[in-house]
Write a protein that binds this ligand. Structure first.
Ligand code: BG6
Length: 472
């Protein structure tokens, strides 16, 4: 590719506290909802007993190894690292009157290290976790009281870290409550639509309040939302399939619509009516929602198809989503359909709809890497996947889309959110640990480490016109 990405484009990787840190009860941290999901977001919850194994208790030990890991990110040339703050390190029970100083001190050290390496932090306030106490005592986000707990937490971290952290995100994949209500909102899986949408409403209000706090406390800061960008294509061009596709895309677009426009889109009126949902929206909520985000961020792993035919939809799958396979696409070992062009399409689609800067804050390939006899990890499939996606980001920029940056998911191997596997590896850096927790936790540079380093160094001009992926 002869095209060079803009000089201001941020290059890096993204991780989440509960998938890398470990030390799940160290230094005063409280249990979080993630700590009772040993089988991942798609598995069953457990009531923790002393001695129960949860791979996330240690994860990849980033809590103690963050300095070395950040050195490796810097060596790759990262200009940005997306991390999340574990809410329960700061407010162990969520409703505490005072924050936990040891938790704040940990992130101080992380941000200082990033500053030393000239890496811009991009920080998610809540990434698939909340203090467990809030889920147990308050019914999670179903309770309006949780808005106040969250804004207290947001205010605390903005005041503490605002001098070093200028880029923030509110809720990771805020649309996930539609698919995994416990992961998204601390709600039981079988909760009613009324409860689910009321919880979502509370999150949208909390997000808007956090945006306002960020604007007030960090005047030179920028704060965005984060959506699971699950673009659907019509399974066929039959008009009912096309209409069904619009309906399904609106399930996730609704979040961006509220967060960029400051009010619910009109199509939700009919939807709520049909679902029998009557939201409790106060005058204060309506006012709060008016504070809109500065940029839009999203994760992008796959696309899928929608159909108006119930028989077709019965075969749908795809991560936590309801998608029909696209016969033109190949899939990863976990069945996630690989669609680099879909990323260009999504970027253009969001830009056309919102005219707000976009940030791709997750994208990557989960694969079973093998350490070869030569001691190296030859992950050419990962390089091909990322090359092809980044190439399409370059195309979108040339289409005129304003793209702030790209943080690949899991630049270092980490615990899978959906399945809690470590063997589902995304990293440029290999971590010696298996799904049972065996291994030294030693870090090793994969072949893709040097590839990404060259891509960053060339500002994207080292990217090649699309190649084939592992599954082909
Ligand atoms: C996103 C989440 O859904 O996908 C991440 O924000 C997650 O937390 C990532 O890890 C990849 O999914 P998985 O299930 O392969 O870890």
């Amino acid at each position: 590719m002869s095209f060079e990405f803009p000089k201001t484009f941020l290059w890096g990787g993204a991780v989440a506290a509960n998938q890398v840190e470990g030390s799940h009860v160290s230094d005063g941290k409280g249990l979080s909802t993630s700590d009772v999901q040993p089988f991942g977001a798609m598995g069953e919850l457990v009531d923790r007993q002393e001695g129960d194994f949860n791979i996330k208790d240690t994860a990849i030990d980033f809590y103690r190894r963050y300095e070395d890991d950040i050195e490796l990110f810097a060596e790759m040339g990262f200009t940005c690292l997306r991390i999340s703050i574990a809410w329960s390190r700061i407010y162990p029970n969520g409703d505490d009157a005072e924050p936990n100083e040891a938790g704040l001190a940990f992130y101080d050290k992380v941000f200082n290290k990033l500053q030393e390496k000239n890496i811009t932090p991009l920080v998610t306030l809540s990434h698939y976790e909340m203090p467990l106490n809030l889920a147990k005592q308050y019914q999670g986000w179903a309770s309006r009281d949780v808005i106040e707990c969250f804004t207290r937490y947001a205010k605390t971290v903005f005041e503490r870290f605002g001098d070093r952290v200028k880029h923030w995100l509110t809720f990771n994949e805020i649309n996930v409550t539609l698919h995994e209500p416990f992961t998204g909102s601390g709600l039981p899986r079988d909760c009613s639509e009324q409860t689910r949408y009321q919880a979502i409403h509370h999150q949208l209000v909390a997000s808007a309040k956090a945006v306002k706090l960020c604007h007030d406390i960090i005047p030179d800061g920028k704060i965005g939302n984060m959506i699971l960008g699950a673009m659907m294509y019509p399974r066929t061009c039959e008009p009912n399939d096309v209409m069904q596709t619009l309906t399904q895309n609106r399930e996730w677009l609704m979040f961006g619509d509220v967060q960029t426009r400051g009010y619910y889109p009109s199509y939700m009126t009919r939807k709520f009516k049909e679902l029998g949902v009557e939201l409790n929206i106060t005058a204060d909520d309506t006012e709060a929602l008016k504070e809109t985000i500065d940029f839009i961020s999203f994760s992008y792993y796959m696309t899928g198809c929608a159909s108006a035919d119930p028989a077709e939809m019965a075969n749908a799958s795809g991560n936590m989503l309801n998608m029909i396979n696209n016969p033109y696409l190949q899939a990863s070992e976990w069945g996630w359909q690989i669609d680099p062009v879909g990323l260009r399409y999504l970027l253009n689609f969001l830009w056309d709809r919102y005219q707000k800067p976009l940030f791709i804050v997750e994208n990557g390939l989960g694969a079973k890497d093998v350490v070869s006899d030569d001691g190296k990890i030859h992950d050419e499939y990962r390089m091909a996947y990322l090359n092809d996606h980044l190439f399409q980001v370059g195309e979108a920029i040339q289409d005129g889309v304003e793209v702030l940056g790209y943080t690949s998911w899991g630049p270092i191997d980490l615990v899978s959110a959906s399945t809690a596997q470590l063997s589902k590896r995304y990293g440029f850096i290999y971590v010696d640990r298996d799904d049972q927790g065996n291994g030294t936790l030693e870090r090793k540079r994969k072949e893709s480490f040097f590839w990404y380093q060259a891509v960053i160094q060339s500002r994207g001009s080292a990217l090649k016109a699309p190649t084939k992926t592992k599954s082909e």
